[in-house]
Design a protein around this ligand. Structure first.
Ligand code: 5GP
Length: 212
């Protein structure tokens, strides 16, 4: 039987902008105990209603570049002209402590994480269609048309990466999508290699005395 790793599980969730991934993952961590959402670093300015240390760790471009230089990021990417990244030390510390962690990051970041940590479970979230994505993007954004077009072009490229992920969910109905994601997390937790500690005492009750 494989030996059990005490480390937590790492999940990444990627989706085109306006698919609703943050809302879905925020609900996911509410329904699943012991699953935490990672907080990224970004050089983009906070939007109205966003809080430093809650939605993101908002830092300057210089501070972000200093983190890149000292290899303090597990992954990072330039998305729509701003830097985004995941802190290496805090991610490592949480996994070492046995916490299951979910990173909501773009496809470039997901690729880097999977190269460094091949056990990562990668989930891609699709909107119901390109048209629905466009409607959602137009509804929520006050960005100029050029920015909208850029996000939609990026979405087309990102969807090309779907075949490199382990799982795919469609965000048509929030509750259904959260349920599917929860199912993936629960199934991954139940893999044999991750259950050894729990099952060993049970299996031992089945052994015939004197043969151990
Ligand atoms: P937003 O500015 O709308 O919050 O996020 C823009 C994009 O950056 C989204 O696709 C989001 O998933 C991605 N993103 C957020 N945090 C990170 C991160 O830590 N690393 C990477 N690579 N992408 C991120």
């Amino acid at each position: 039987m494989p030996s059990e790793s005490p480390r937590g599980l790492l999940f990444v969730v990627s989706a085109p902008s306006a698919t609703g991934k943050t809302t879905v993952v925020e609900q996911l961590v509410q329904v699943l105990p012991a699953l935490r959402m990672s907080r990224s670093y970004t050089s983009r300015p906070a939007r109205v209603g966003e809080e430093d240390g809650l939605d993101y760790n908002f830092i300057s471009r210089d501070a972000f570049e200093a983190m890149i230089a000292r290899d303090a990021l597990l992954e990072w990417a330039d998305v729509f002209g701003n830097y985004y990244g995941t802190g290496r030390a805090e991610t490592q510390a949480r996994l070492d402590a046995g916490e299951d962690l979910v990173l909501v990051i773009d496809v470039q970041g997901a690729r880097q994480v999977r190269e460094k940590l091949p056990d990562t479970v990668a989930i891609f979230m699709l909107p119901p269609s390109f048209e629905v994505l466009e409607q959602r993007l137009r509804k929520r954004s006050k960005d100029p048309e050029a920015e909208m077009v850029r996000r939609l072009e990026t979405a087309r490229r990102e969807v090309d990466a779907v075949s490199t992920y382990d799982y795919v969910v469609v965000n048509d109905l929030l509750e259904r999508c959260v349920g599917e994601l929860a199912g993936i997390v629960v199934a991954e937790r139940a893999r044999l290699a991750r259950r050894c500690k729990v099952i060993e005492p049970i299996i031992s009750t089945f052994r015939v005395r004197g043969t151990e």
